[in-house]
Design a protein around this ligand. Structure first.
Ligand SMILES: Nc1ncnc2c1ncn2[C@@H]1O[C@H](COP(=O)(O)OP(=O)(O)OP(=O)(O)O)[C@@H](O)[C@H]1O
Length: 347
């Protein structure tokens, strides 16, 4: 668990930051200039803070008396640009942070293997693609044997193809090494794919911190990720295949049918159901082409977004004020959610 609370005044902006990152990937998300980079620099020990307390697990990194230097914080930093030493080979770059650390040789082989860096070891950074350079930067950060990895828009300088190339490696870090990661990003698709916790920031403050699925299904918070992004992220498990090829999945709110997926029964998934892809009906609908009609209960209505309970999960429907009235959608009302489309994310 990373615990962060600090205040710091710049001439144009006072930062007053407080949040906890429980493990997994925590995304810092907010408009340009809200203080994301400053926050991770503060955590990594790259700036002197006015006051606060920062602790990583049971290690105190900063408070009134303690202010550990960056190298003593055990935090690996991956910047937007890879910042490799241009005159050194990839192997020398990778070995640099671990040069005095015992046991580093063992880790070297494991991390080179995990990030598939072997073919690059004798090359110099200038001869690598942007995606390869970033992979080396990730490897170098891991070889400092950190307790936390902080990444400041690590994909922002890459084109779509290079982003797609790096993304599975980030997922492996999350799933195999299980290193907590603090991830600054402007990209909702990146946050959706990687993060389990989101810290929303605005003008030097944390406006909300919590599980990604909770933020996406909160009618007041979801628009902060982008007006079109509001909607559910639901856990599902593959149950089997229908005779016509459709995939049957179980959710806490009932079974759903998805297009044919080449995945074995038992496999866990997350289903993304955007609010604008959900229609509500008070009566059980008949004769619809939609495959998925789910029993839901209204939790609250905010603006054009209706928050719904589906089993023990939450979902959202975007509807007009006229429909809210016509359907008498008040808290507690039972409805049927007609899901027009679903996108599948790996779990
Ligand atoms: N050393 C500094 N001196 C004065 N102001 C600073 C300093 N460092 C950062 N700031 C200010 O603090 C604010 C937050 O900057 P920061 O880079 O943390 O934002 P950000 O959310 O990471 O933005 P972006 O998404 O554009 O990278 C900005 O207004 C910036 O000008």
């Amino acid at each position: 668990m990373l615990e962060v609370a600090f205040q710091h005044a710049f001439p144009g902006l006072t930062l007053d930051i407080a949040f906890q990152a429980p493990g997994g990937v925590t995304a810092l998300f907010g408009p340009s200039g809200c203080g994301k980079t400053t926050t991770i620099n503060a955590i990594a020990g790259l700036m002197r803070l006015d006051r606060g307390r920062i602790a990583l697990g049971d290690r105190l990194l900063f408070d009134g008396q303690t202010d550990l230097p960056p190298q003593a914080r055990r935090i690996g930093y991956v910047f937007q640009d890879a910042r490799l030493f241009p005159h050194m080979t990839v192997a020398a770059n990778l070995r640099y942070p671990a040069r005095w650390r015992r046991g580093a040789g063992r880790d070297f082989d494991r991390i080179v293997d995990m990030l598939a860096l072997e073919p690059l070891l004798t090359r110099r950074p200038g001869t690598l693609s942007g995606g390869e350079r970033q992979r080396v930067a990730i490897g170098r950060a891991l070889l400092s044997d950190p307790d936390l990895l902080v990444m400041d828009e690590p994909l922002a300088a890459l084109d779509e193809a290079r982003k797609a190339e790096i993304m599975p490696w980030l997922e492996r870090l999350r799933d195999e090494i299980r290193l907590p990661i603090l991830y600054v990003s402007h990209s909702v698709p990146e946050v959706l794919r990687l993060a389990n916790t989101v810290v929303l920031m605005r003008q030097g403050r944390v406006t909300h911190a919590g599980p990604l699925a909770d933020i996406l299904t909160d009618p007041e918070l979801a628009p902060e990720l982008g007006a079109r992004e509001a909607g559910a992220l639901i856990r599902a498990r593959i149950v089997g295949r229908e005779p016509d090829g459709l995939t049957r999945v179980a959710t806490s709110g009932g079974t759903m049918l998805l297009p044919a997926l080449d995945m074995a029964p038992g496999r866990e998934l997350r289903l993304r159901i955007w609010a604008h892809e959900v229609i509500l009906s008070r009566e059980a609908p008949q004769g619809l082409s939609a495959l998925n009609v789910l029993p839901v209960r209204v939790l609250r209505v905010h603006g054009g977004l209706v928050q719904l309970a589906l089993g023990d999960e939450r979902m959202l429907a975007q509807i007009t004020p006229r429909s809210v009235k016509a359907l008498d959608l008040q808290a507690g009302a039972a409805c049927h959610a007609i899901v027009k489309s679903v996108s599948v994310l790996p779990s």
